[in-house]
Design a protein around this ligand. Structure first.
Ligand SMILES: [Zn+2]
Length: 286
């Protein structure tokens, strides 16, 4: 149990110290933002090139060439999805933690999904979010988080006295990647990483700072749309938690499929170019 009542008396200047205003760790004002108008204009006349239905409590992979768009849609009922992104050759993966540090705990239109070190470049840009009206609720909850890692059988085993459950998002993503790339399960598992929790409504409690979830506000027809900045392999798991209103890591929740559609624009967005990898020289002071 987390310690709520402190063991140490506050110093005389406690309120002065607490009253210091915070500063943003990573101001992104200097980052060149995406030209959303150009991205959106490129959707005119686009053509759907593929789609995949992700079955409940399973995951599916999909390819998105650089310059294409993809959409994750709710189709039959409230359902959250756990998204992994790799470069098509698996050499780069989505870096949830740094994306959170740059854009905040929850993502929406205009935010980018950054790759891990040493490339640290945008892999995808969010171009539409039909749940952007939600904002932050009275509990501090919001949608599409980059705080929740993914449900996984190891944590479940830890917290359920050795329980074995095989359809957590981590396992679903592992099986899907193994099938898509002809990898063994251990090989595929090494590539599975912290996710973007699509449609999931989450936050941290004010009192204890604990990660919470609540019923997703997503309804059929809602979608989150991305522009692929590089050639991507994606994997999406329809979480066993369903709308994540009660529990996950079990077969208790009502679960629904998710739809992923890929679109090819007739021409790339005006002025768009594949982002370069990080300019850091990697000498690390030696
Ligand atoms: Zn999950």
């Amino acid at each position: 149990m987390k310690l709520v009542h402190p063991e140490h008396a506050p110093p005389a200047d406690a309120e002065v110290r607490r009253a210091i205003a915070p500063v943003i760790c990573y101001p992104v004002d200097a980052l060149p933002g995406p030209d959303l108008a150009a991205y959106r204009a490129a959707r005119a006349g686009w053509e759907k090139t593929s789609e995949v239905i992700v079955p409940p409590r399973e995951a599916s992979c999909f390819e998105v060439p650089a310059g294409y768009f993809f959409r994750v849609s709710s189709v039959e009922g409230p359902q959250v999805g756990d998204l992994n992104l790799w470069s098509a050759d698996l050499s780069e993966r989505f870096y949830s933690g740094k994306t959170r540090a740059l854009h905040g705990t929850h993502l929406s239109t205009g935010d980018r999904l950054w790759s891990s070190f040493p490339t640290l470049r945008p892999m995808a840009t969010i171009t539409e979010d039909t749940l952007d009206w939600y904002g932050f609720d009275a509990f501090g909850g919001s949608v599409h988080d980059v705080i929740g890692t993914r449900c996984d059988p190891y944590t479940h085993c830890l917290l359920s006295d050795g329980g074995q459950y095989h359809h957590c998002c981590h396992s679903n993503l592992t099986r899907a990647l193994a099938d898509a790339r002809g990898l063994s399960l251990p090989e595929a598992e090494r590539h599975v990483h912290d996710v973007l929790n699509v449609f999931m409504c989450t936050g941290f409690t004010r009192e204890t700072g604990q990660y919470f979830m609540k019923a997703s506000p997503v309804r059929p027809g809602d979608y989150l749309e991305f522009f692929a900045e590089i050639d991507l392999l994606g994997a999406l798991s329809a979480c066993p938690g369903g709308d994540c209103s009660a529990e996950h890591s079990s077969d208790m929740a009502h679960c629904y499929p998710l739809l992923v559609e890929v679109f090819r624009p007739s021409a790339p967005p005006a002025g768009w170019a594949r982002p370069a990898t990080s300019g850091y020289d990697r000498s690390h002071g030696r």
